[in-house]
Design a protein around this ligand. Structure first.
Ligand code: ATP
Ligand code: MG
Length: 738
């Protein structure tokens, strides 16, 4: 296959100019990711570079998978041996291999956010600090931020600037101690420790530099300081490092991504070639113009020219809704229409939103309608309680000193080891500087438990010892069976609400384990635990299934869909209200909106609601300022119907029950009701997706009516009302109550 044939001249230049540092800056859909894959293929086929010498870094596991697929198409078997993955996954692999040099056990556990929080809470307790005054989440975030800038506890302590930082400093120190004691690392540590490993062990670093002579990075605008330092270490003095990014799509500064890395790259590598790609291949002209309307209001940006040879395309559709229910229903209806009449598939459609909580109403509508969908970023599979329980058992089998996991399962299923016993264990572990598992053994030896608890503790220890011993002989699925059976976990679940569903999730985990049956037993466990820890939300997404994607705007980065619906285009939601007071954050919200808009290939819908229930409250948000920036000639406006109806699958469009429902009802409208005669609208209140309309009738006085059922229509005053209109509803108007 001719690797260069499907590239434009600028892309070709970027692909062929290997051998030195390169910075590719370009807008969405301009082929940045394509350049990376083709550059790799070109190096392998035309420059004789062995894949073994290439490392490609991407932002999500899904992006990594997609890149591997594309490379397999370009290279076939030749792509094996290539190192391709997220920063975290690749660092994790390096630490497993080399961690010993810095005293890190190769069986280290990886703690996710929930695990981290539980360590922070323990530390707060040990320091006698009130979790209400110092929210664990805020402390966790502060620690994470310090780490992403490679600031260790000692350095942090030297720069404390406020009372809160003083607290962070103390917690950070203890937190890191705890992690060290139990041989665990958190996500940020994967990067921090790798950087430290390379810094303190030049011999190891030079081995890696010799191996990875070619490094490529996608989505460079969202790297943080730690990631950038790591890249510089790997690239060494003879760098063939190629980074691609789009400053307008930088959306992770809240996770310490640092846009300045792009400028640092230019000054760190003054010899770097800078390539700009200006042609967009993804979107229609209309969509690109809308995107440009939105992003050009940002002041802190270099303006970038984007053009496309794609068709003009349909106008984008701005949809106003009464409430979130109508919004969701209209999304479902419109997707059905696209499938029925525009020959799209479900998989071609994505619904995007600012915050996860918005997905619930959407899900409800999809379920009710029977439309297949996949939720990305809700409760992730690996985060479900029952799945985490079984994983915690596996983690303790893998590393008995994993305290967080041990504390999780020590009384699951219940075996009489309660909070009191646990805090006894914690006290002992802390004062003697040992793990909880060791503390359990010690307290048993010293007979410090009551006989009843001693019995349970002993039974638990011997259960775990036998599992640990068997763990090396059994294959993974058998090990899971053994855990489930020995602990009576199924019975435990069945005693709970939705026990059957939960059991299905556990069985799903078992099927994940089956994928490891080619590994030697000892290695399979570590490999699977690694994957579990690194699984991001996107991993659950089966790329082949024909389903609609529900996804947050943040997660949608790098993806593309023929039809995109962005819901909740409202002040307070998009832009999010936390950004109101800061120009920087507001600009990031705008970039986020831009990322969403530029995912669309042909159809784009921007939806908002007058009212919505969210976070347990009813709110009325004004339209998003980003909607105001869209030039009117690019968009069609669809106003609220004041009513939406449930439709069943098969009837592709809802049939209006009365001709009135497609019209807008305004205060002051003249109406005619079949029973009550002529009147004037006084009020119209949304109610459960319908509307309660108050009308003062000439004869019958004030009535409140349910709009969907009232045999009523608008009339032009002073004109005769035609009583013979046969589209009027046969059913009687229903009084909506006093
Ligand atoms: P984003 O900023 O959103 O990540 P990107 O710059 O990485 O976008 P790609 O995903 O690489 O863009 O490309 C966008 C789409 O355009 C893809 O479907 C890709 O296959 C297509 N494309 C890119 N370059 C060309 C080309 N020269 N000819 C035809 N199609 C192209
Ligand atoms: Mg891309």
């Amino acid at each position: 296959m001719d690797i260069l044939a499907t590239l434009n001249p600028a892309q070709k230049q970027a692909v062929q100019a290997t051998g030195g540092p390169m910075l590719i800056l370009a807008g969405p859909g301009s082929g940045k990711t394509r350049v990376i894959t083709h550059r790799i293929a070109y190096m392998v086929t035309s420059c004789g570079v062995a894949p073994y010498h290439i490392m490609a870094l991407t932002f999500t596991n899904k992006a990594a998978r997609e890149m591997r697929n594309r490379l397999e198409l370009l290279l076939g078997q030749d792509s094996s041996g290539l190192t391709l993955g997220t920063f975290h996954a690749i660092c994790s692999r390096i630490l497993h291999r080399e961690g010993r040099a810095m005293g890190l056990d190769s069986r280290f556990a990886i703690y996710d956010e929930e695990d981290q929080l539980s360590v922070v809470k323990q530390v707060l307790q040990a320091l006698n600090l009130d979790a209400k005054k110092f929210p664990p989440q805020a402390l966790r975030a502060a620690i994470s931020q310090a780490k992403s800038q490679l600031v260790d506890p000692e350095e942090y302590a030297q720069h404390v600037d406020s009372y809160f930082e003083e607290i962070v400093s103390r917690v950070y120190y203890q937190y890191q101690q705890r992690l060290g004691q139990v041989q665990a690392v958190d996500f940020d540590d994967l990067l921090v420790k790798t950087v430290k490993l390379f810094r303190d062990h030049p011999d190891i670093l030079s081995r890696y530099q010799e191996r990875y002579t070619h490094v490529l990075v996608d989505e460079f605008q969202d790297t943080n300081i730690a990631q950038y330092v790591l890249l510089k270490q790997l690239a060494g003095r003879n760098p063939d490092i190629c980074v691609v990014g789009d400053p307008d799509q930088s959306i992770y500064s809240w996770r310490s991504a640092d846009l300045r890395n792009i400028f640092s790259f230019e000054s760190d590598y003054p010899q770097a070639q800078v390539v700009l790609l200006e042609q967009n291949y993804r979107s229609t002209k209309n969509i690109l113009s809308v995107a440009s309307d939105i992003i050009s209001a940002n002041v802190q940006r270099k303006s970038m020219h984007l053009r496309t040879e794609n068709e003009e395309g349909p106008r984008v559709t701005i949809v106003e809704n009464e409430n979130e229910g109508e919004e969701a229903q209209r999304v479902v209806n419109e997707i059905q229409r696209l499938v029925d009449h525009e020959s799209l598939s479900f998989r071609d459609c994505a619904v995007m939103y600012r915050v996860n909580a918005q997905s619930r109403v959407l899900e409800d509508s999809f379920v009710r309608y029977g439309m297949p969908y996949k939720l990305v970023g809700g409760v992730r599979f690996y985060q479900r309680r029952e799945v985490k329980d079984v994983i915690a058992y596996l983690r303790v089998v893998n590393n008995r000193h994993d305290d967080v996991s041990l504390a999780r399962i020590i009384n699951i299923p219940g075996r009489g080891i309660g909070i009191k016993t646990l805090s006894l264990l914690r006290g002992c572990a802390q004062s003697e500087d040992i793990s909880l598992y060791q503390a359990l053994g010690r307290l048993l030896e010293r007979k410090e438990f009551s006989s009843h608890i001693a019995q349970s503790a002993l039974a638990f220890l011997s259960l775990m010892e036998s599992l640990i011993a068997r763990g090396h002989q059994l294959d993974l699925a058998q090990l899971i069976d053994e855990i489930l059976q020995q602990t009576g976990y199924r019975e435990y679940l069945m005693g709970q609400e939705r026990g059957e569903d939960k059991w299905e999730n556990v069985m799903e985990l078992r099927s994940v384990a089956l994928e490891y049956d080619e590994f030697p037993p000892g290695e399979a466990l570590a490999a699977m635990l690694d994957r579990v820890s690194l699984a991001t939300e996107l991993d659950g997404l089966d790329d082949r299934a024909d389903v609609v994607t529900l996804i947050t705007l943040h997660q949608a980065k790098g993806l593309e869909f023929p039809a995109v619906f962005i819901t909740g285009m409202e002040e307070g939601l998009l832009p999010h209200r936390k950004a109101f007071l800061s120009l920087e954050e507001m600009e990031e919200e705008r970039r986020l909106c831009y990322v969403g808009v530029t995912r669309a290939e042909k159809y784009l819908y921007l939806l908002r609601s007058y009212r919505r229930n969210l976070f347990g409250r009813s709110i009325a948000n004004p339209p998003s300022r980003f909607l105001r920036d869209v030039s009117p000639h690019l968009a069609n406006l669809v106003t609220a119907r004041g009513l939406w109806q449930e439709t069943k699958r098969g009837t592709s469009r809802p049939e209006p029950q009365s001709p009135a429902i497609n019209e807008e009802w305004r205060v002051g409208d003249h109406v005619h009701h079949r029973k009550f005669g002529d009147g004037i609208v006084m009020n119209c209140l949304p109610e459960n997706g319908d509307c309660i309309i108050s009308v003062v009738f000439k004869e019958a006085g004030v009535k409140k009516l349910l709009l969907s059922l009232a045999p009523m229509e608008k009339i032009i005053p002073n004109f005769e009302y035609n009583d013979g209109d046969d589209s009027a509803e046969a059913s009687d108007g229903q009084d909506a109550g006093s």
